[in-house]
Design a protein around this ligand. Sequence first.
Ligand code: ZN
Length: 270
Amino acid sequence: MTWCSSGTGLRTLLICVLTLCCVPAGGSDRWVVQEQRGSLLMYSEFEVDTERITAELSEVDSELAETTGIRATEGRVEIVLFASRQSYLQYLSASVPQAAARRAIFLKNGEISQIYAYNSRSLVVDLRHEMTHVRVHQHMPYAPLWLDEGLAEYFEEEEAARPRSSRREAVRWKARVGISPTLSTLERIPSAESMGAEEYRNSWAWVCFLINDSAGSRQLLQGYVRQIHRGEAPGKFSEYAAAENSGLLSRANSYFRKMTFPLTFVSSEE
Ligand SMILES: [Zn+2]
Protein backbone atom coordinates (compact mmCIF):
# COMPACT_ATOMS: atom_id res chain seq x y z
CA MET A 1 0.00 0.00 0.00
CA THR A 2 1.31 3.41 -0.88
CA TRP A 3 0.32 6.89 0.15
CA CYS A 4 0.63 9.35 -2.69
CA SER A 5 1.50 12.98 -2.60
CA SER A 6 2.62 15.05 -5.50
CA GLY A 7 6.20 16.09 -5.94
CA THR A 8 5.20 19.64 -6.80
CA GLY A 9 4.52 20.87 -3.33
CA LEU A 10 0.78 20.70 -3.89
CA ARG A 11 -0.49 17.71 -2.07
CA THR A 12 -3.31 15.42 -2.91
CA LEU A 13 -5.61 13.74 -0.51
CA LEU A 14 -5.46 10.72 -2.69
CA ILE A 15 -4.57 7.47 -1.12
CA CYS A 16 -3.12 5.05 -3.62
CA VAL A 17 -3.41 1.41 -2.88
CA LEU A 18 -1.43 -0.80 -5.16
CA THR A 19 -3.13 -4.02 -4.21
CA LEU A 20 -6.16 -4.70 -2.16
CA CYS A 21 -6.01 -8.40 -2.72
CA CYS A 22 -9.51 -9.60 -2.20
CA VAL A 23 -11.51 -6.71 -3.59
CA PRO A 24 -14.23 -7.16 -4.53
CA ALA A 25 -14.38 -10.92 -4.52
CA GLY A 26 -15.91 -11.89 -7.86
CA GLY A 27 -18.47 -14.65 -7.72
CA SER A 28 -18.64 -14.45 -3.96
CA ASP A 29 -22.09 -14.82 -2.44
CA ARG A 30 -21.13 -12.03 -0.09
CA TRP A 31 -22.61 -9.51 -2.54
CA VAL A 32 -26.38 -9.28 -2.69
CA VAL A 33 -25.98 -6.77 -5.50
CA GLN A 34 -23.43 -7.05 -8.29
CA GLU A 35 -24.23 -4.68 -11.08
CA GLN A 36 -22.39 -3.01 -13.91
CA ARG A 37 -23.52 0.18 -15.63
CA GLY A 38 -20.95 1.27 -18.19
CA SER A 39 -17.65 1.80 -16.37
CA LEU A 40 -19.41 1.79 -12.98
CA LEU A 41 -19.51 -1.47 -11.01
CA MET A 42 -21.49 -1.79 -7.81
CA TYR A 43 -21.15 -4.49 -5.18
CA SER A 44 -23.30 -4.42 -2.10
CA GLU A 45 -23.87 -6.60 0.94
CA PHE A 46 -27.43 -5.26 1.20
CA GLU A 47 -30.28 -4.40 -1.13
CA VAL A 48 -29.66 -0.93 -2.43
CA ASP A 49 -31.41 1.35 -4.90
CA THR A 50 -28.79 1.25 -7.64
CA GLU A 51 -31.05 3.31 -9.90
CA ARG A 52 -31.04 6.20 -7.45
CA ILE A 53 -27.32 5.95 -6.74
CA THR A 54 -26.52 5.98 -10.45
CA ALA A 55 -28.76 9.03 -10.96
CA GLU A 56 -27.14 10.90 -8.05
CA LEU A 57 -23.65 10.15 -9.31
CA SER A 58 -24.39 11.16 -12.86
CA GLU A 59 -25.80 14.41 -11.49
CA VAL A 60 -22.43 14.99 -9.78
CA ASP A 61 -20.66 14.25 -13.09
CA SER A 62 -22.71 16.70 -15.10
CA GLU A 63 -22.55 19.49 -12.52
CA LEU A 64 -18.80 19.05 -12.07
CA ALA A 65 -18.24 19.21 -15.82
CA GLU A 66 -20.45 22.26 -16.22
CA THR A 67 -19.06 24.31 -13.34
CA THR A 68 -15.39 23.29 -13.26
CA GLY A 69 -14.59 21.48 -16.52
CA ILE A 70 -13.67 18.30 -14.57
CA ARG A 71 -14.80 15.35 -16.68
CA ALA A 72 -15.22 11.64 -16.07
CA THR A 73 -12.92 9.28 -17.95
CA GLU A 74 -13.61 5.74 -19.09
CA GLY A 75 -11.62 4.42 -16.11
CA ARG A 76 -13.44 1.77 -14.11
CA VAL A 77 -15.07 2.83 -10.84
CA GLU A 78 -15.93 0.12 -8.31
CA ILE A 79 -18.33 0.97 -5.51
CA VAL A 80 -18.30 -1.51 -2.65
CA LEU A 81 -21.04 -1.17 -0.03
CA PHE A 82 -21.14 -2.90 3.33
CA ALA A 83 -24.20 -3.62 5.42
CA SER A 84 -22.69 -2.13 8.59
CA ARG A 85 -19.73 -0.15 9.86
CA GLN A 86 -18.49 -3.31 11.51
CA SER A 87 -18.44 -5.20 8.23
CA TYR A 88 -16.73 -2.25 6.48
CA LEU A 89 -14.02 -2.17 9.14
CA GLN A 90 -13.52 -5.92 9.09
CA TYR A 91 -13.02 -5.84 5.36
CA LEU A 92 -10.69 -2.84 5.23
CA SER A 93 -8.91 -2.43 8.54
CA ALA A 94 -5.93 -4.65 7.77
CA SER A 95 -5.16 -3.17 4.35
CA VAL A 96 -6.50 0.37 4.78
CA PRO A 97 -6.28 1.42 8.44
CA GLN A 98 -7.22 5.00 7.46
CA ALA A 99 -10.75 3.73 6.76
CA ALA A 100 -11.39 3.51 10.49
CA ALA A 101 -11.58 7.29 10.82
CA ARG A 102 -14.04 7.72 7.94
CA ARG A 103 -17.53 6.72 6.86
CA ALA A 104 -16.31 6.15 3.32
CA ILE A 105 -13.00 6.09 1.50
CA PHE A 106 -11.70 6.47 -2.03
CA LEU A 107 -8.73 4.51 -3.30
CA LYS A 108 -7.02 4.55 -6.67
CA ASN A 109 -5.14 1.72 -8.28
CA GLY A 110 -3.91 2.84 -11.68
CA GLU A 111 -6.96 3.42 -13.86
CA ILE A 112 -9.29 1.73 -11.38
CA SER A 113 -10.95 3.85 -8.70
CA GLN A 114 -12.68 2.26 -5.74
CA ILE A 115 -15.14 3.68 -3.24
CA TYR A 116 -15.88 1.83 -0.01
CA ALA A 117 -18.80 2.87 2.17
CA TYR A 118 -21.38 1.35 4.50
CA ASN A 119 -25.12 1.59 4.94
CA SER A 120 -26.13 4.70 6.84
CA ARG A 121 -28.49 7.63 6.51
CA SER A 122 -25.72 9.61 4.85
CA LEU A 123 -24.81 6.96 2.28
CA VAL A 124 -25.84 9.03 -0.74
CA VAL A 125 -23.98 12.09 0.58
CA ASP A 126 -20.90 9.93 1.22
CA LEU A 127 -21.02 8.45 -2.29
CA ARG A 128 -21.43 11.87 -3.91
CA HIS A 129 -18.44 13.12 -1.87
CA GLU A 130 -16.18 10.20 -2.81
CA MET A 131 -17.26 10.22 -6.46
CA THR A 132 -16.19 13.87 -6.66
CA HIS A 133 -12.72 12.78 -5.50
CA VAL A 134 -12.75 10.03 -8.14
CA ARG A 135 -13.51 12.51 -10.91
CA VAL A 136 -11.00 15.11 -9.66
CA HIS A 137 -8.23 12.51 -9.67
CA GLN A 138 -9.23 11.06 -13.02
CA HIS A 139 -9.09 14.52 -14.58
CA MET A 140 -6.15 16.11 -12.80
CA PRO A 141 -2.68 14.66 -12.17
CA TYR A 142 -2.77 16.37 -8.76
CA ALA A 143 -5.10 18.68 -6.86
CA PRO A 144 -4.46 21.06 -3.98
CA LEU A 145 -5.96 19.54 -0.86
CA TRP A 146 -8.31 22.46 -0.11
CA LEU A 147 -9.66 22.32 -3.66
CA ASP A 148 -10.05 18.54 -3.68
CA GLU A 149 -11.91 18.55 -0.35
CA GLY A 150 -13.78 21.77 -1.07
CA LEU A 151 -15.19 20.32 -4.29
CA ALA A 152 -16.11 17.03 -2.59
CA GLU A 153 -17.88 18.90 0.22
CA TYR A 154 -19.68 21.11 -2.30
CA PHE A 155 -20.94 18.33 -4.57
CA GLU A 156 -21.86 15.93 -1.76
CA GLU A 157 -25.01 17.99 -1.32
CA GLU A 158 -27.68 18.12 -3.97
CA GLU A 159 -28.11 21.51 -5.54
CA ALA A 160 -31.39 22.24 -3.76
CA ALA A 161 -29.86 21.48 -0.34
CA ARG A 162 -26.92 23.89 -0.61
CA PRO A 163 -28.72 27.11 0.39
CA ARG A 164 -30.00 25.28 3.51
CA SER A 165 -26.57 23.92 4.43
CA SER A 166 -25.70 24.44 8.09
CA ARG A 167 -22.21 25.45 6.96
CA ARG A 168 -23.65 28.40 5.10
CA GLU A 169 -24.94 30.09 8.26
CA ALA A 170 -21.65 29.47 10.07
CA VAL A 171 -19.59 31.08 7.29
CA ARG A 172 -22.00 34.02 6.92
CA TRP A 173 -22.16 34.72 10.61
CA LYS A 174 -18.38 34.69 11.00
CA ALA A 175 -17.85 36.82 7.88
CA ARG A 176 -20.25 39.42 9.23
CA VAL A 177 -18.13 39.79 12.37
CA GLY A 178 -14.99 40.07 10.27
CA ILE A 179 -13.70 36.49 10.29
CA SER A 180 -13.54 35.09 6.77
CA PRO A 181 -11.81 31.95 5.57
CA THR A 182 -8.40 32.78 4.14
CA LEU A 183 -7.06 30.99 1.12
CA SER A 184 -3.43 31.24 2.18
CA THR A 185 -4.24 29.38 5.42
CA LEU A 186 -5.98 26.62 3.46
CA GLU A 187 -3.03 26.37 1.07
CA ARG A 188 -0.74 25.62 4.00
CA ILE A 189 -2.70 22.58 5.24
CA PRO A 190 -0.10 19.82 5.09
CA SER A 191 -2.29 16.73 4.91
CA ALA A 192 -5.86 15.47 5.05
CA GLU A 193 -5.19 14.17 8.55
CA SER A 194 -4.66 17.73 9.77
CA MET A 195 -8.04 18.87 8.48
CA GLY A 196 -10.81 19.35 11.03
CA ALA A 197 -14.39 20.57 10.62
CA GLU A 198 -13.25 24.18 10.22
CA GLU A 199 -10.77 23.38 7.44
CA TYR A 200 -13.41 21.35 5.57
CA ARG A 201 -15.97 24.15 5.97
CA ASN A 202 -13.54 26.84 4.85
CA SER A 203 -12.46 24.80 1.81
CA TRP A 204 -16.14 24.38 0.97
CA ALA A 205 -16.70 28.14 1.36
CA TRP A 206 -13.90 28.95 -1.10
CA VAL A 207 -15.29 26.53 -3.65
CA CYS A 208 -18.76 28.12 -3.14
CA PHE A 209 -17.19 31.52 -3.86
CA LEU A 210 -15.39 30.38 -7.00
CA ILE A 211 -18.40 28.58 -8.45
CA ASN A 212 -21.07 31.09 -7.45
CA ASP A 213 -19.69 34.61 -7.10
CA SER A 214 -19.62 35.48 -10.80
CA ALA A 215 -18.86 34.22 -14.27
CA GLY A 216 -15.33 35.59 -13.72
CA SER A 217 -14.70 33.58 -10.54
CA ARG A 218 -15.98 30.42 -12.21
CA GLN A 219 -13.76 31.00 -15.25
CA LEU A 220 -10.78 31.46 -12.95
CA LEU A 221 -11.43 28.07 -11.34
CA GLN A 222 -11.93 26.45 -14.75
CA GLY A 223 -8.68 27.97 -16.03
CA TYR A 224 -6.73 26.63 -13.06
CA VAL A 225 -8.22 23.15 -13.45
CA ARG A 226 -7.46 23.22 -17.19
CA GLN A 227 -3.81 24.08 -16.63
CA ILE A 228 -3.31 21.23 -14.16
CA HIS A 229 -5.23 18.87 -16.47
CA ARG A 230 -2.80 19.73 -19.28
CA GLY A 231 0.17 18.91 -17.07
CA GLU A 232 1.18 22.52 -16.52
CA ALA A 233 2.14 23.81 -13.09
CA PRO A 234 0.11 26.92 -12.32
CA GLY A 235 1.41 27.02 -8.72
CA LYS A 236 -0.76 27.93 -5.77
CA PHE A 237 -4.25 29.05 -6.65
CA SER A 238 -3.79 32.35 -4.78
CA GLU A 239 -0.80 33.20 -6.98
CA TYR A 240 -2.51 32.04 -10.16
CA ALA A 241 -5.61 34.09 -9.31
CA ALA A 242 -3.62 37.24 -8.52
CA ALA A 243 -1.86 37.02 -11.88
CA GLU A 244 -5.00 36.23 -13.91
CA ASN A 245 -7.57 38.47 -12.30
CA SER A 246 -6.03 40.63 -9.65
CA GLY A 247 -9.26 42.10 -8.27
CA LEU A 248 -11.24 38.91 -7.97
CA LEU A 249 -10.01 37.48 -4.69
CA SER A 250 -10.77 40.74 -2.90
CA ARG A 251 -14.46 40.04 -3.58
CA ALA A 252 -14.40 36.88 -1.49
CA ASN A 253 -15.17 38.57 1.83
CA SER A 254 -18.31 40.21 0.50
CA TYR A 255 -19.38 36.86 -1.00
CA PHE A 256 -18.90 35.12 2.37
CA ARG A 257 -21.30 37.61 3.97
CA LYS A 258 -24.08 36.48 1.59
CA MET A 259 -23.13 32.95 0.43
CA THR A 260 -25.61 32.87 -2.47
CA PHE A 261 -26.02 30.08 -4.99
CA PRO A 262 -27.23 31.59 -8.26
CA LEU A 263 -28.09 29.12 -10.98
CA THR A 264 -26.81 31.27 -13.84
CA PHE A 265 -24.97 34.51 -14.34
CA VAL A 266 -26.04 37.34 -16.60
CA SER A 267 -23.61 37.47 -19.49
CA SER A 268 -22.47 41.03 -18.83
CA GLU A 269 -21.44 40.22 -15.27
CA GLU A 270 -17.77 39.81 -14.65
ZN1 ZN B 1 -12.99 13.98 1.06
